[in-house]
Design a protein around this ligand. Sequence first.
Ligand SMILES: Nc1ccn([C@@H]2O[C@H](COP(=O)(O)OP(=O)(O)OP(=O)(O)O)[C@@H](O)[C@H]2O)c(=O)n1
Ligand SMILES: C[C@](O)(CO)[C@H](O)COP(=O)(O)O
Length: 231
Amino acid sequence: MAAANGIWAVIPAAGRGTRFGGDIPKQYLEVAGRPLIAHALDALLAHPAIAGAVVALAADDARWPGWTLLHGKPLLRCQGGGERADSVLAALRAIPAHVDGGGLVLVHDAARPNLRGGDIDRLVAAAAQHGDGALLAAPVRDTLKRADEQGRVAGTEPRERLWRALTPQAFRRDALVAALESARAAGVVVTDEAMAMERVGAKPLLVEGREDNLKVTTPADLALARYLLSQ
Ligand SMILES: Nc1ccn([C@@H]2O[C@H](COP(=O)(O)OP(=O)(O)OP(=O)(O)O)[C@@H](O)[C@H]2O)c(=O)n1
Ligand SMILES: C[C@](O)(CO)[C@H](O)COP(=O)(O)O
């Protein structure tokens, strides 16, 4: 059951895309006729459980189209920060005051365009039942090798119970804000929201998500995203 005022989504989109390269920030590269960022925003705001969204943008973002409404729902913007976690925290703080702070928020990378409604359904259902929150993830199905400094195999890592964290990740807003603030105060850079929650003792539930919920990090990812979103 969504809390009063519904579930809000937070979309960190203030990254520099250094691993991707190029002159255009990857969140604005064209995928299936729209900017990459549009797909994540559309998937979230099209979902009936989502009441609104805040997108965190770089201070010098000159490409944001200025959307303020999507699927009839509010789409707010804020300025992101130096790390992804800073952007997430800024966006959480930009959620309107009338929205229940004890309600769930979903945090989803703008760089993940292929989010499907069924995954949102299952994540929201799991997070509503599990007090410590939940995240979409994919079980590791390949053998994992650790490399030495020369790029040679230094060993094979056990993969039992190893998962790749995806997004969205869903937590009670006030708890997530406190956990992110705690990590920041400790000088710990958390790479996802679950890591911040784990730091303060939470055990979020892993919800198996689609393998094709990829994050566009390199040009090869963009080619795959274009293929997937053209289907
Ligand atoms: N300071 C940051 C860094 C990242 N992000 C966002 O977090 C998501 C996942 O980050 P990633 O894929 O690493 O994007 P970049 O940080 O832009 O990529 P890179 O690490 O290669 O620079 C992206 O939507 C990105 O825009 C953000 O909002 N603020
Ligand atoms: C949040 C995330 O997508 C989960 O896998 C990932 O940690 C983001 O990492 P990035 O280096 O900021 O892309």
